[in-house]
Ligand binder design. Structure first.
Ligand SMILES: Nc1ncnc2c1ncn2[C@@H]1O[C@H](COP(=O)(O)OP(=O)(O)OP(=O)(O)O)[C@@H](O)[C@H]1O
Ligand SMILES: [Mg+2]
Length: 295
């Protein structure tokens, strides 16, 4: 395994511009050392996908990503036969005969992410992103793969993983996953970061942003999360917004600037209505006070 301690792993993730909470780095560390898949759940934009990307960078592994969606099937996740290539081969052989073994051999296989991860000889982080979007049937298929790390292709046989890929699954919890899948995984819920952590993330991701502005932007977003919004902003929104504020050359947060740039933070019309006028002025005041205390 690449890291002797959790601190070492954290340093590696920081090197990949990712600042995890201790609970997350512990879960990632255990996932690597116990060779168990890790299921990350959390609201949108809290850094689930990015955690897997940063882990790949920190472990010098190749990231193989399977983006899940409704209707995702084995042909798009694991492998598919290359029919056009098989046809060409048959035509080229003309009068000669082509054996079935020849046609259904490794050369005619289109490798999709899961097969690629299993066959890989280099270190791999396999990201199965947004598993909650895939159908039950696919989840059941994954179950088998995740416990044995092997895939059976009827015409060829069973392919067993050579190394042991690190596996990260993410879910936005649009539906509950099956217990059987959860049982095979370690689990970690990524919540919104603390104010101090979020300020550090903004400073890291928006180079050159004035310290005070970074603190005010983070504090403002933390204030927004206390409201009853349709979609509370994630870290992704804080970073986008801080970038916008820095690009506008702002040094300080004021109500007018917030009003003009709020589209980077809130993505629902109803949420705009909830954060207008007096509410907005109060939030800005609070953010400035909180930021002054945090700096
Ligand atoms: N702890 C963190 N350290 C550094 N950057 C972070 C952190 N958390 C989130 N980010 C930033 O926020 C952005 C959004 O994160 P990411 O795309 O991983 O969210 P997600 O949880 O996968 O969201 P979704 O559910 O919408 O897919 C990333 O590009 C990353 O830059
Ligand atoms: Mg994601």
């Amino acid at each position: 395994m690449a890291f002797a301690t959790i601190d070492e792993l954290e340093a590696g993730l920081e090197g990949a511009q990712y600042l995890p909470e201790r609970g997350l780095s512990t879960a990632l560390y255990l996932s690597l050392s116990l060779q168990k898949p890790l299921l990350l759940e959390g609201e949108a934009g809290v850094g689930k996908t990015e955690a897997a990307k940063a882990l790949a960078t920190a472990t010098s592994s190749r990231l193989i990503r399977l983006q899940c969606y409704e209707g995702l099937d084995v042909a798009h996740a694991v492998y598919e036969w290359n029919y056009s290539r098989q046809l060409l081969h048959i035509r080229a052989a003309q009068e000669g005969t082509v054996s079935e073994e020849e046609l259904f051999g490794p050369g005619f296989l289109i490798r999709r992410p899961l097969l690629e991860a299993i066959e890989s000889t280099e270190p791999v982080v396999l990201l199965i992103d947004e598993i909650d979007r895939a159908d039950d049937e696919f989840e059941a298929f994954l179950l088998e793969m995740l416990s044995d790390f092997q895939i059976t292709i009827p015409e060829i046989g069973t392919v067993t993983a050579r190394g042991h890929p690190a596996v990260i699954l993410t879910s936005n919890r649009t539906r509950e996953l099956h217990d059987a899948l959860k049982r095979r995984c370690l689990f970690h819920w990524i919540g919104h970061p603390t104010l101090e952590r979020e300020i550090e993330i903004v400073a890291l991701r928006v180079p050159g942003i004035p310290d005070r502005l970074a603190a005010q932007a983070a504090a403002f977003v933390q204030g927004l999360r206390q409201l009853d919004l349709a979609k509370p902003p994630g870290v992704a929104e804080t970073i986008d917004w801080a970038q916008a504020l820095a690009a506008l050359g702002r040094e300080d947060l004021d109500a007018r600037t917030v009003e003009e740039t709020l589209g980077s933070v809130l993505k629902y019309h109803e949420d705009f209505a909830a954060v207008r006028d007096e509410a907005l002025v109060a939030l800005v005041e609070e953010a400035r006070t909180v930021a002054a205390g945090a700096a």
